[in-house]
Design a protein around this ligand. Sequence first.
Ligand code: HEM
Ligand code: HEM
Length: 198
Amino acid sequence: MSLLNTKDGYGALTKVFHWTIVALFAFQFAAAHIMLRIGPEQTALGIGQATYYNWHKSIGLFALAVAVFRLLARTCGRLPDWAPTLNARERRFVHRAEQVLYAAMFVMPVSGYLYVTAGGYGVNLFGVVELASPIGENRVLAVVAKWTHIGCGYLLLLVLAGHVGLILRHQLLLKDRLLDRMLPDSRVKTSAGPSASG
Ligand code: HEM
Ligand code: HEM
């Protein structure tokens, strides 16, 4: 498998970035769900609420750094040809969904960061470094950023359902092994598409 994307498939770099972001976002949704449902004195899986908040903020900022490198890698290389089994409507959906997913990789961490900074809560990165706040407390900004964070979280879930649903429909019902395109050492070479995806 080559490092970069080729005409015939995604390269190792795209695949590593893709699944790293999936793992980080899965953690973010799970941690957010827990931290918003337990009280300050309670624990879940032996971990207190403050630690969940702390890890949610820290992993979120780490995910932002990963997203920057992912976008750089994406803009440097080419995209593989479309999988030939995707029809024109599906290609339009995949294209739009991927734009929203890329936007979410930036809007989610930035809105979260603005919310806690403008709200005066701060970020203690991985419990090690207290990040300096470049902006002072700002109530209006904090409220706008908080609702952007929450609203985009739900929008992201909706688009993700479409993204994963389309891939699983192809993989499990149409059995064209679309998922293999993003798996290590993809054995499927779907090179007959007329244009690039994304
Ligand atoms: C990388 C991406 C991130 C994702 C996917 C994510 C996702 C979420 C989700 C789904 C919620 C729950 C929303 C709700 O149902 O009320 C949430 C809440 C929250 N997030 Fe994030 N988040 C991310 C990054 C961050 C960052 C970087 C920070 C801060 C530095 C942050 C701070 C918060 C806070 C403080 C809440 C609680 C909001 C409240 O009080 O309702 N998040 N996040
Ligand atoms: C946070 C969750 C996810 C995000 C942000 C995301 C984002 C993306 C993006 C942006 C692409 C386009 C390729 C690129 O430029 O990197 C892509 C492709 C792909 N994703 Fe995801 N994805 C997520 C979850 C998943 C999951 C859970 C699956 C497994 C069912 C999956 C399977 C795929 C596959 C197979 C492709 C290649 C489609 C093609 O043939 O072009 N993704 N994803």
